[in-house]
Write a protein that binds this ligand. Structure first.
Ligand code: AMP
Ligand code: GLY
Length: 446
């Protein structure tokens, strides 16, 4: 894409938002508040929450419909495309749709590899001395099995490709590691995504999600978020896509954030640029705060889910303008801040999640429209759909994210938990301890 630094930000932009989860509902909510938004288009089969804020795009965004899609984008005068999920980015949607007059927010395929290929990310981290767990990539089953059999320390086995957060096994024992390697490379539980595995040392500590807007050169860190990956209270049970988030966290001070910017984000963006790859969009580092300092667990090429729900609850500014400036290589001109009040998002899930998810249960309490501010709390929809008669029912594991601001973290979490109670459907469950790890830390000062 060519930079056009003198091009004024259009007064009115028609926007296509790709993706249909809780993250996209939160993005659409803030985009809708921009005075620059003309028409907002969402995906053809978007959930009812998104359809209440936008118009369904008549075209399937899949590769086969390339010609129709481009004709439709031109006909509707779409001036900006915002891509939420990693899969279309990894498939090259940004490369396909971007033109000098139609920027796309989200990295090109080569840059999205930082998420879609964990072996590539590990090599980049090694080449640029980004702190991360010791690890190696394997393409041979026998070599991977020999490696885990020889190791005494606990390890983590990761399918290198995209698996919707399910391809990572944190292993306690050698037997678990062998099973995880076999699941990826022998029984091919994750298909091609598990053809290559990355096996790395198991790190201990608190996890933090740190997201940054990146416009090719300028990197602006957003406030820190903590996700709760495990399905059960007290961090028990299998990993999920994320059961709840809090923002900001007291885990990284200003000096530590500067260090992470210098040691993680700058080398990642510069390292890609040296390979001829310009990174534009959100760069999301999943960090483990180890006794030896923050180390990168993974990079993502997109906003987090449910990290975005709490970030958007606190976002102050014009999101459309901010994302457009980022996509145009002009992030330095963007002006935004975060509400000083902390936010908490509690994800309400359907029975069986994460192993399976029951669908079709009628949902009560989603609220008709989203309020303009988050003061009284806001419920972002995710796994929902409307039946022919207009009833909203569950459609997936993570159904909705109850999101609240509070006077302090404990207040935000109590409010979000109470709001989650109001989302009712058969088999609904959620964690009541979102944020409790850090509430204890804040109260005890430890
Ligand atoms: P990833 O998709 O690589 O972030 O992994 C998903 C989750 O697995 C992370 O959020 C961590 O909870 C856990 N995990 C990943 N890598 C490691 C590691 N090296 N040590 C301990 N836990 C890890
Ligand atoms: N919540 C973690 C992720 O979006 O990857």
């Amino acid at each position: 894409m060519t930079d056009s630094p003198s091009q004024p930000i259009p007064d009115l932009l028609n926007v296509l938002l790709v993706g249909s989860g809780g993250r996209e509902h939160a993005l659409a909510w803030r985009l809708s508040q921009s005075p620059r938004l003309g028409k907002l288009f969402v995906e053809q089969n978007a959930h009812p929450g998104l359809l209440a804020l936008g118009t369904a795009c008549p075209e399937d965004l899949g590769a086969r419909n390339r010609f129709n899609l481009e004709r439709w984008l031109t006909r509707e005068q779409i001036g900006f495309v915002v891509v939420g999920p990693e899969v279309p980015l990894a498939e090259g949607l940004a490369d396909r749709l971007a033109t000098p007059h139609r920027p796309v927010f989200g990295p090109v395929k080569a840059a999205a590899r930082i998420e879609s290929d964990k072996a590539f990310a590990k090599t980049l981290m090694r080449q640029t001395s980004i702190p991360t767990g010791e690890g190696r990539a394997f393409t041979s089953l026998d070599a991977a099995l020999a490696y885990v059999t020889e190791r005494d320390e606990p390890c983590v086995v990761k399918a290198a490709g995209l698996c919707a957060g399910k391809g990572v096994s944190v292993c306690e024992t050698r037997e678990q590691a062998i099973t995880a390697v076999r699941a990826c490379m022998d029984t091919r539980q994750f298909g091609d995504a598990g053809q290559t595995v990355v096996i790395e040392e198991r790190l201990e500590g608190q996890e933090v999600s740190l997201l940054a807007l990146v416009d090719g050169r300028t990197i602006t860190l957003l406030d820190t978020v903590q996700d709760h990956k495990q399905v059960g209270e007290g961090d028990k049970g299998p990993n999920t896509g994320g059961m709840g988030t809090i923002c900001p966290t007291p885990l990284l001070g200003d000096e530590e954030l500067k260090t992470v910017a210098r040691e993680v984000f700058v080398p990642a963006v510069d390292g890609l640029r040296r390979q001829g790859i310009e990174y534009r969009g959100v760069l999301f580092a999943g960090l483990m705060l180890t006794p030896a300092g923050p180390k990168v667990l993974e990079f993502n090429c997109r906003f987090g889910d449910p990290e975005t729900q709490v970030l958007m609850a606190r976002f102050q500014g014009d999101l459309l303008e901010t994302l457009w400036l980022t996509a145009q290589g002009r992030l330095a001109e963007a002006q935004f801040s975060f509400d000083p009040r902390p936010a908490c998002c509690v994800v309400v899930c359907s029975a069986g999640y994460p192993a399976s998810a029951r669908s079709g249960d009628p949902i009560e309490g989603l609220g008709a429209t989203l309020p303009r501010t988050c003061d009284s709390g806001v419920i972002f929809q995710a796994g929902t759909r409307a039946t022919k008669s207009g009833e909203i029912v569950t459609s997936g594991g993570r159904v909705a994210g109850a999101t609240c601001l509070g006077e302090d973290l404990a207040d935000a979490c109590a409010r979000a938990t109470a709001l989650a109670e109001s989302v009712r459907f058969s088999g609904a469950f959620f964690r009541r301890d979102i944020g409790s790890r850090l509430i204890r830390k804040t109260v005890s000062g430890g």
